[in-house]
Write a protein that binds this ligand. Structure first.
Ligand code: SF4
Length: 307
């Protein structure tokens, strides 16, 4: 059996920054450091940070007054910042700069009088945060069929999207929007981020050559779930796993080639563990398939720089 490793895979610049933010905060301020929501959507990462002294909470009212509180990479609505101020929290904002960019676009379109159609998944933290920037101007849709039922009061319409969607499916939604609203405006640069796009391009490439693709990532990770879907559309069986313990050997029956990739919130050591699992079964023919080089880095939140 041959094993193909997709590249790029795993941590994006926003996740790298968010995880380092928690680690630096623990080093500088000492434990505990509170984190609102999962800092990134990966069960292993969250458990690891918990073991180092991070306390994950759902809402800021669970954080003691005046304590350090980190906001997750997915971004928050303005009311969360207000709540943090009201409780005198020392807030460290780990929102990915590419999510902040979408928030800025939402505010700009709303202040210019546009009705905004946001393409995204209901209930996802990033979507909740973006909608909070202009709640009365934004309507959420998920698929092309939702476009028909849009009832927008004005004649100025714009669209934005969640950063971690399927590129191909989102293009279908945008095409439907353009058909219904020919004058619709979009963001100056695509909202689906470079990391999402690159990982989907890479998984398509290995899925083309593989019978089965294993995507390492947690079930609540939007970009990881999209990778598994993209692999399926490209013709491979695909499974989303948190780690090697979730591999069912029956999935591999008859497979000549297996592809492996990892979502933007999954650390590389989980990939190593999965590859070691295959090596332990005597599968030593491992090839990395790189479709694009990435060199994106974000500085740490300013609150940490100052500290
Ligand atoms: Fe930022 Fe994209 Fe990573 Fe999300 S997936 S944290 S938007 S770089």
């Amino acid at each position: 059996m041959k094993v193909l490793l997709a590249a790029p895979r795993g941590y994006c610049a926003g996740v790298d920054r968010a995880v380092e933010t928690v680690e630096r905060a623990l080093a500088q301020f000492g434990a505990p450091v509170y984190v609102r929501k999962q800092i990134v959507h990966n069960a292993h990462v969250v458990r690891d940070l918990e073991s180092k002294g991070a306390i994950f909470v759902e809402e800021l009212d669970e954080v003691p007054e005046g304590a350090n509180a980190i906001l997750s990479a997915h971004g928050v609505a303005p009311e969360v910042y207000e709540q943090a101020r009201g409780r005198s929290l020392q807030t460290i904002d780990a929102t990915c700069p590419l999510v902040t960019k979408v928030h800025f676009e939402a505010r700009k379109f709303a202040s210019d009088g546009f009705d905004i159609v946001l393409i995204g998944h209901e209930g996802h933290e990033e979507v909740i945060g973006t909608m909070g920037e202009a709640p009365s101007s934004i309507t959420l849709i998920e698929k092309p069929a939702d476009v028909d039922s849009l009832d927008l009061p004005g004649n100025k319409v714009a669209y934005l999207s969640q950063t971690t969607l399927s590129v191909d499916e989102t293009n279908e939604v945008i095409a439907a929007l353009r058909e219904r609203f020919p004058q619709i405006q979009g963001p100056p640069r695509e909202d689906i981020c470079y990391a999402t796009q690159n990982r989907q391009t890479a998984v398509k490439e290995i899925a083309r050559r593989a019978d089965v693709v294993l995507v390492i990532g947690s079930q609540n990770s939007s970009n990881s779930k999209r990778l598994a879907e993209v692999a399926r559309v490209a013709g491979a069986e695909s499974y989303l796993i948190d780690d090697e313990t979730e591999i069912d050997p029956a999935w591999l029956d008859g497979a000549q080639t297996v592809g492996i990739t990892s979502g933007a919130s999954a650390p590389e050591w989980l990939v190593d563990r999965v590859v070691d699992w295959f090596r332990g079964r005597g599968e030593t023919d491992v090839e990395e398939v790189r479709v694009v080089h990435e060199d994106v880095h974000f500085g740490l939140p300013k609150e940490l720089d100052r500290a």
